[in-house]
Design a protein around this ligand. Structure first.
Ligand code: EPZ
Length: 459
């Protein structure tokens, strides 16, 4: 990294209420069974913003990213880019990025260990600099999260990749500066591997074909961002993506798509509190599987404008089975929140989690609130109950946190959620948005659990 680059400090503000590293000592207190009303604004997609930010490393000009959500994970990605020499300036939800002087090709371990998505920088660093040293991202609460598909794809493109002492050392072989196009078949449609290899291929020599590629909207968003920088990419959104390498990419001004998982979570907030609420902006096609499941349970989702939807609650929620799959299947990130809705539906539901091996940790906490769920491997059998009851609960991961918030909104009495650092990673201003819809919840300092507090105590 150039000396003057070291002086670069990230202008990306980490929201003061987010203590990125240490455990969050505050708790979220929710007074349940409040009907919601009105309209909620959906923020930019976390899983698009993170990879698009990594994608700015491909370009030596100024890039402007709009609709970037203010989240702990986004702030962490900003820190990682800054450590690599990128200049960042945030103004509201707009991020000005300049990666003209990326010198250091090593992402710092202490930052990578806090954000798995930081591994996304390996493809752009290799493509831009011909070398990259990125700490191996560890597993997380929901699974081992290997990166073998990323590594094997980069090797197919001519990179020598060694993993030593927990760091991935990669460089373009044979003294070449550029990766070589290749035909790559992904053993599974990995979102991250598709994104890493697509970014690497934009500056490679020749054509790269990714087969069995992930089709998630965030992959398409990244492809559209790269195309805005002048990349030649065809087929994003299908299982076959063809990238023709170019020698250089140019400046781009790009707006991130709305977050489909946040939108899905708010649809569930309406369904579980029997409330008619509106959401915008939303891309309905990104929520097709979730909307189909809600309709199958007796709720409905109507489109009032090209990017606005409204949840019509069901008088009686009917149980349904659920199986998570790569897009366009039912999204794994909606499994935990949707399970909460199923705990209150009439009948029994079988939920099958096929994407991650350990994504049922929310079950124990939901059962403490009166749910009746049995887990067998990657299956959860949910027997509907008439009521949930508020309780102190502990969040274990990002989407489990959302599941517990929904449970608190529906439960009798008060729910207190601890370990809020998970929630703050992926939902922008969640409390304020829910309060704006009439929910009664408040972030307070942790204290010994007392008996249920009456609603009027909410000051
Ligand atoms: C992305 O993770 C998302 N994260 C996840 O969202 C999301 O759940 C996931 O895609 C699936 O949609 C970001 O975009 C930052 P994968 P990613 O590679 O890329 C296996 C959230 O809550 N696999 O599609 O890590 C892997 O073990 C987060 O917002 C390999 O075996 O997901 C998993 O079983 C959670 N080898 C499956 O593929 C590899 O090299 C899907 O993983 C890569 C993945």
């Amino acid at each position: 990294m150039h000396p003057e680059d070291r002086a670069i400090t990230s202008h990306l503000s980490i929201p003061s209420s987010f203590a990125p590293a240490e455990e969050d000592k505050t708790v979220l207190r929710i007074w349940g069974r409040q009907t919601l009303q009105g309209q909620v604004k959906i923020s930019g997609a976390k899983n698009s913003a993170l990879v698009v930010m990594a994608g700015t490393l491909l370009c030596a000009d100024d890039c402007l990213l709009r609709n970037v959500p203010s989240l702990v994970d986004v702030a962490r990605m900003g820190e990682i880019l800054t450590a690599l020499g990128v200049k960042l300036k945030r103004q509201g939800n707009t991020l000005a990025v300049n990666a003209s002087h990326i010198g250091e090709s090593k992402a710092p371990y202490e930052l990578v260990s806090q954000l798995r998505a930081s591994f996304f920088v390996i493809g752009p660093l290799l493509a831009r600099l011909g070398a990259a040293r990125v700490p191996l991202p560890g597993g997380c609460a929901i699974g081992a999260r290997p990166v073998d598909l990323h590594v094997r794809g980069l090797q197919a493109m001519g990179a020598d990749v060694q993993i030593e002492h927990g760091t991935v050392h990669a460089y373009v072989k044979g003294g070449k500066r550029r990766l070589q196009g290749a035909r790559i078949y992904l053993d599974c449609p990995s979102v991250g591997a598709t994104e890493t290899l697509m970014m690497a291929a934009t500056l490679a020599e020749g054509e790269t074909i990714l087969e069995n590629a992930a089709q998630e909207p965030e992959v398409v968003d990244l492809a559209n961002f790269c195309r805005a920088m002048g990349a030649k990419i065809q087929g994003a959104g299908t299982n076959k993506i063809v990238i023709t390498g170019v020698s250089k990419l140019h400046a781009a001004d790009y707006s991130i798509i709305p977050d489909r998982i946040e939108a899905g979570t708010f649809l569930l907030a309406g369904a579980i509190t029997q409330s008619e609420i509106s959401l915008a902006p939303v891309i309905p096609d990104h929520l097709a599987a979730v909307i189909a499941k809600l309709r199958g349970m007796g709720a409905d989702v109507v489109t009032d404008a090209p990017n606005q939807v409204r949840l019509i609650p069901a008088q009686k929620l009917v149980a349904t089975d659920l199986k998570t799959l790569p897009f366009p299947g039912f999204p794994t990130d909606m499994q935990a929140p949707f399970m909460t809705l199923l705990t209150l539906s009439e009948g029994n539901s079988v939920i099958t989690e096929t994407v991650f091996e350990n994504r049922m940790q929310h079950v124990a906490e939901l059962n403490r609130m009166g749910a009746d769920i049995t887990v067998k491997g990657n299956l959860a059998i949910v027997r509907g109950v008439p009521r949930l009851s508020g309780a102190p609960v502990v969040a274990t991961d990002l989407r489990a946190s959302a599941a517990l918030v929904l449970a608190g909104l529906a439960a009798d009495g008060v729910t207190t959620i601890q370990q809020l650092q998970h929630l703050d990673r992926g939902y922008e201003n969640l409390e304020a948005k829910l309060q704006g819809l009439g929910a009664k919840l408040k972030r307070v300092e942790a204290e010994p659990e007392t008996a249920d507090l009456p609603v009027q105590s909410l000051v």
